[in-house]
Each structure stands twice: as C-alpha cells, then as structure tokens.
Design a binder for this molecule. Sequence first.
Ligand SMILES: Nc1nc2c(ncn2[C@@H]2O[C@H](COP(=O)(O)OP(=O)(O)O)[C@@H](O)[C@H]2O)c(=O)[nH]1
Ligand SMILES: [Mg+2]
Length: 329
Amino acid sequence: CASASLQTSVEVLMKSNKRAILIFLPFQVLIIAHVTAGMVNLTRHEKEKYFLTATGEKELFPSLHDPHSRELSVVIPAYNEELRMPVMLDEATEYLERRQKQHPPFTYEIIVVDDGSKDKTTEVALRYSRKYGADKVRVLTLVKNRGKGGAVRMGTLSSRGKVILMADADGATKFSDVEKVEAGLNNLNPKPENMAISCGSRAHLEQDSVAQRSVFRTFLMYGFHFLVWFLCVRGIKDTQCGFKLFTREAALKTFSSLHVERWAFDVELLYIAQCFKIPIAEVAVNWTEIEGSKLVPFWSWLQMGRDLIFIRLRYFTRAWKLQSPHKTD
Ligand SMILES: Nc1nc2c(ncn2[C@@H]2O[C@H](COP(=O)(O)OP(=O)(O)O)[C@@H](O)[C@H]2O)c(=O)[nH]1
Ligand SMILES: [Mg+2]
C-alpha cells in the first residue's frame, strides 16, 4: 500500500513538473535568445581589407561610407563555387560589358566574396579579375566561413556602386533581369533620401515548384513562409531570392544593423528595412533551379526557423537594436 501511494505521488510530481516545464518553456526560450544574442560583427581580418590587382599587388578596399564612384556594384557570395560560378560570371560580365559599350557612362564592378571556401573559388574569380581588370572584378577572400549573410555584408561594405546588387553565384536568376529590379527600384522614387530596396521574386513560380517538390519540402516551404509573415516581415512574398538591389544609402542603413550571418539574414535585413520604413519593391524574375544547392533541406530549414524566432525575440527584448551606421576598420 505504501509503495502504491509512493508511485502515485511520483506520477503526480512528474505530471506537474512536465506542466511547469511547458509553462516556462517560452520564458526559457526568451532567456536563451536574449543571453546568446551576439553583436553586429563588422570587424574584418587584416587580410580581408585588401584585394589583388591584375599585377598581383595588394590594394585597400574602399568603404561603403565613401561617396559612390560606379553606377552598379554586383556582390556575389560564393562558398565552394569553383564549378557553378564561371557560368554565372560569364553571363554577368558579358551583359555588363555589352551595356557599357552601348552606354559608356555606365560603370560597374563585380565583387566576388569567397566565404572561406575549401575549393578553388578564389583562383577562379581571380581569372576574371585578370581578364577584365581589378577595377571591374575584385575578389574578397574571407579568412573564415561566415555564412551567406556575412559574406554579402562584407562585399557590400567594400563596394563603390550607386546601387548594389547581391546575386547568387549559381546564376539561378537570369542576369539581365537586373533591369527589372532596377525599374522596381526607380518606381519607388527613392529621392531625396535615396532609400529603397528592390527584391527579385520567385513568388510567381510557386505553383510550379509545389508541383515539382515533395510534399515534405512543400510543407517546410509553407511553414517557413508562415513564420516569416508571423514573426518578422509582412507584405513580401519571397524574402529569400538571392537577387536583390539596394540603393547605396539603404545598403548602409540596413547592413549596419544586421546580426544574422547565415541563411535567415534576408529576413532580418527586410525586417530592419521595414523598421526604418525603407520602401521595398518585389519584382518577378526568371529563375532556374540549379543543381548543387548548399541548403541542406531539413537542417537548414530548422536552423532558419530557429533564427526567425530568435530575430523576433532578440529585438523584442532589445538584446538587438537598430544601429546607426558607423565606420569600422
Ligand atoms: N557566403 C556563403 N555563401 C554561401 C554559403 N552557402 C551558400 N552560399 C552562397 O549562397 C548562394 C546561394 O546558395 P545555394 O546553395 O545556391 O542556395 P539556394 O539557391 O538557396 O538553394 C550561392 O552564391 C552560394 O555560394 C555559405 O556558407 N557562405
Ligand atoms: Mg541556388
């Protein structure tokens, strides 16, 4: 009889413990999100301050704080892209050279950001630098892998463009669609402060992709869309497209406050933009699924889901705050 009553009391205790854990779980998550919040990381390694000229000399990258001196900067984050990137770079340089020939005042630069690749990404990009000159193609080799957001930010901070395009190294978006995102940016009439962002979008392709993907991936996709909408960004259907155009001013304002350096950085960037009331356009672009994605379906989605929850909680607890742009080394 004594052992039976002991057993019942243990069961009652366990039940109430479980209930307590469930009740306190949101607080625990909130505390973890707050305590583990990192700062904006704008510092760069000494080696990351320079690019190589065509003759092999080291030259200092300029700063996003400087006035613009090119019409367009193209920032390409690249992690182990020795195979996919040449196709993209050929398409981009061909388009940009043609545009410059037709309209000489148009000036451009491409900045390939090798995010600590283990393959020959830097060597491949340097071939283009030698072919077109380091005024047009520059390579920023990061000492350590930061993640796509960290790489895009480092490239953007080193760019000279009046407008800055981030474009994936796999060439999934047709490069000439830059004209579409430019039109989207101009339609926002960014004057006088020149704040605007134009996002390439694959939302018009969603029905096709649902038809091609497994039920599980479709479920993950809708789950992610819901979390983005619920927690961070409303009014933009495709936050993740790797083809986005910023005015120089909008890039400085948003990237100066960016904390997330992994896949969910686009969401935080747009969240920051909406907090600053920067106008955002969403423009349909041509997009082809290119083999060799680095996104590991389940784990990357899980990581992104956690990042979205943490973004919201960290701004909520003011562990993260919007920053005003300041110069760093
Ligand atoms: N900097 C950086 N870029 C990455 C990393 N993983 C992927 N990328 C780049 O992000 C872009 C998109 O990657 P991709 O694998 O095509 O992803 P998906 O198109 O979303 O499936 C490409 O330019 C990649 O090189 C990473 O860890 N760091
Ligand atoms: Mg891709």
